[in-house]
Design a protein around this ligand. Structure first.
Ligand code: HEC
Ligand code: HEC
Length: 357
């Protein structure tokens, strides 16, 4: 190598280091916890910045986004129950009427390819646009929502910090809330700590873990990943033999089928994560089971060989997995290890309007 090459190499190194330094040191990106047991977080053009996520947190908790100033996202999505609306089977919307489906918990949303029980939103940004304008949820036009946010000096400043001089509009409001939603990462349950070798299962929990992951037994992992993919769901859509429906036209809630119009999607719903499941009763898209015991009994003895039932649930043909009473207790004990108490008490996810500003 001659001196010219050496100089060129040194120059390249300096350039690389300075670029890297810029990216790391400007201090604006939101810092996620170490996510060793998760698949890589899918990229988005709206990754959270510190200021954007904070702004989104204010908006998530702000009743200004509903027509009567009484509903915020957090009215139905409460942190202490993993941002679900437990123990309500259906949340009451702004009209006082119950909504048609059970309110979903909110965490680890960044990994999902589709949102809602029927997958009608492809991105978190798109999803956020729904509840504000939905007549039965918050019933506010985005025009009015934007006007309200623009007229607040507090929000004008916060938007300036997060997004620069761009005018505040529905898409920017959705982006801010979506940034906050992306930061809602649940990764500190007992199960996580066991996988990280910071805790150990009791014998009963361990037996439950084995059953859930045993393909000749519970086989839950095919749909609700709880092995080295710690999300607790594949995020896919499936028909788990919940409904005694044996012909396509009998589905009253068609689930994914209502969005795609495809016969093979009838009665398919988003596979919920098993994380925090002990906190989020009742269960299923229609909240039909009020306890986890009832869910385990369903998989054991109550499966229907429904039209479109997922072939991964082969025991649907014989009514269920036929678990022993002891095995049921073991599965339940394991499900309880998925509760993330750090997540539900983390102050940076709580209502910021309660703090003096
Ligand atoms: C009146 C109650 C209510 C309010 C208010 C509400 N939601 Fe929801 N949310 C629901 C229900 C019910 C569902 C499931 C709806 C469905 O799938 O049909 C849901 C689903 C979601 C999902 C999908 C989660 C997933 O895993 O697919 C997200 C994200 C979400 N809401 C965020 C928000 C945000 C952000 C706001 C405020 C702008 C909000 N919600 C306001 C009741 C509510
Ligand atoms: C073939 C895929 C599949 C398999 C296998 C499967 N599930 Fe499910 N599970 C689903 C789907 C889909 C739903 C939601 C169905 C609905 O709401 O209509 C669900 C819902 C649940 C819920 C309710 C969660 C909530 O937030 O409402 C629990 C708990 C659950 N399953 C546990 C289990 C256990 C335990 C096993 C193993 C014994 C198991 N599942 C096996 C697909 C599956």
């Amino acid at each position: 190598m001659n001196i010219k090459h050496l100089l060129l190499l040194i120059w390249c190194l300096i350039l690389l280091l300075s670029l890297k330094g810029n990216k790391l040191d400007d201090g604006t990106a939101y810092e996620f916890p170490l996510l060793t047991l998760f698949p890589p977080m899918p990229a988005s053009d709206n990754m959270p910045s510190k200021t954007g996520a904070e702004l989104g947190r204010y908006l998530f908790y702000d009743t200004l986004l509903s027509s009567n100033y009484q509903f915020s996202c957090a009215t139905c999505h409460r942190q202490e129950v993993a941002f679900s609306d437990a123990p309500n089977r259906f949340s009451l919307g702004i009209t006082g009427e119950p909504l048609p489906r059970n309110t979903m918990p909110l965490f680890n949303l960044a990994w999902y390819d589709a949102l809602f029980w029927d997958g009608k939103a492809a991105t978190i940004e798109q999803q956020v646009l729904h509840p504000v304008r939905a007549e039965e949820e918050m019933n506010l036009s985005w025009k009015e929502a934007t006007a309200r946010v623009r007229s607040s000096r507090f929000y004008r400043e916060k938007f300036g910090e997060a997004f620069g001089p761009a005018p505040i509009d529905s898409s920017l409001i959705a982006k801010a809330i979506a940034q906050f939603l992306r930061t809602l990462v649940s990764q500190d349950s007992k199960y996580d700590r066991v996988l990280r070798r910071e805790a150990i299962f009791t014998e009963q929990e361990y037996e439950g873990f084995l059953l859930v992951n045993d393909q000749s037994m519970g086989n839950c992992l095919q749909c609700h990943t709880t092995d080295s993919n710690a999300l607790g769901t594949t995020g896919e859509f499936s028909n788990n033999g919940l409904q005694a429906v044996y012909a396509p036209e009998q589905y009253s809630d068609k689930g994914l089928g209502s969005i795609t119009g495809l016969k093979q999607d009838l009665g398919k719903f988003k596979i919920p994560s098993l994380r925090n499941v002990a906190l989020t009763a009742p269960y299923m898209h229609d909240g039909r089971f009020s306890t986890l015991e009832a869910v385990v009994d369903f998989y054991s003895e109550g499966l229907h060989n429904s039209y479109n039932v997922d072939s991964k649930l082969s025991s649907a043909r014989t009514g269920g997995l036929c678990l022993e009473p002891e095995q049921k207790l073991q599965i339940l004990a394991f499900l309880h290890t998925l509760t993330d108490s750090t997540f539900i008490s983390k102050s940076s996810f709580s209502n910021p309007h309660l703090i003096a500003r």
